[in-house]
Design a protein around this ligand. Structure first.
Ligand code: NAG
Length: 236
């Protein structure tokens, strides 16, 4: 079949290159100029997007430990049960989908109770202990110890910070520590701030160390499902 396409040589070429890099740069500058005020506006109002609060979660953790002591499985059910009663409508994931997590050299497992753009709430821990770097995050992190003890270290100090069962380790946005759980330790971890930038820290060890892609996929699936379903119900 004969081709009716014009031959390559017959198409007129543009006189000169359009300076596309300049266009791209303009778009980037414009995007930056538009997004910065939106970011600053939202960042100053993050408080109004939160559905959990540190005093409420600390109180709940203490009551759960008071009711079930070292039966950590029951402590977790108590916490999740009460949260889902107080926050109906799917904000709380009742399905205990435990997933390994390697980050900052530490290894443990997590159960994602809630994940949205500005908050996450998980049970994080390990039955055999671990140690690593906390990561430098764009959110405040409240680690409510449900079982065991967590140690933390900041350069310049000669003594460990000790967080026993029932205490809260608050890692401020932007700060870092070394942390360790000598043996079994589980915590209700609550982060509030900007959550998506934290995911890089949660993923990096997969690429540099574990190459455990099924876990990476499961983490992405559960986190994405929770974040998107929360967005759809208007929860940033
Ligand atoms: C849990 O076990 C530890 C270690 O045996 C003990 O010190 C602690 O008091 C127990 N906590 C509760 C709430 O029973």
């Amino acid at each position: 079949m004969p081709s009716h396409k014009p031959r390559g040589g017959s198409t007129p070429k543009p006189a000169k290159k359009c300076g596309c890099w300049f266009t791209t740069l303009s778009v980037l500058v414009l995007a930056f100029a538009l997004l910065t005020p939106i970011y600053l506006y939202l960042d100053a109002r993050l408080e109004q997007f939160y559905i959990f609060s540190p005093p409420q979660l600390h109180d709940l953790s203490l009551r759960a430990i008071g009711a079930h002591g070292n039966d950590t499985r029951a402590v977790v059910s108590y916490i999740v049960g009460e949260l889902s009663e107080k926050l109906p409508g799917g904000y709380v994931n009742l399905d205990e989908e435990w997933i390994f997590n390697n980050a900052g050299g530490a290894m443990g497992a997590m159960y994602i109770i809630h994940a949205s753009i500005t908050e996450y709430l998980i049970i994080f821990g390990t039955a055999i202990g671990t140690e690593g770097h906390t990561g430098r995050h764009t959110a405040d992190d409240y680690f409510h110890i449900l079982a065991g003890t967590q140690l933390a270290y900041t350069p310049g100090s000669y003594e460990p910070e000790v967080y026993p069962q029932g205490s809260v380790h608050h890692l401020r946005r932007g700060t870092v520590k070394q942390y360790k759980m000598d043996e079994a330790c589980f915590a209700l971890e609550y982060a509030r701030g900007w959550i998506p930038p934290m995911l890089g820290f949660g993923y990096a060890d997969t690429f540099t160390s574990t190459l455990d892609f099924p876990t990476l996929w499961r983490t992405t699936w559960v986190t994405g499902r929770e974040m998107i379903s929360n967005l759809l119900r208007g929860k940033l």
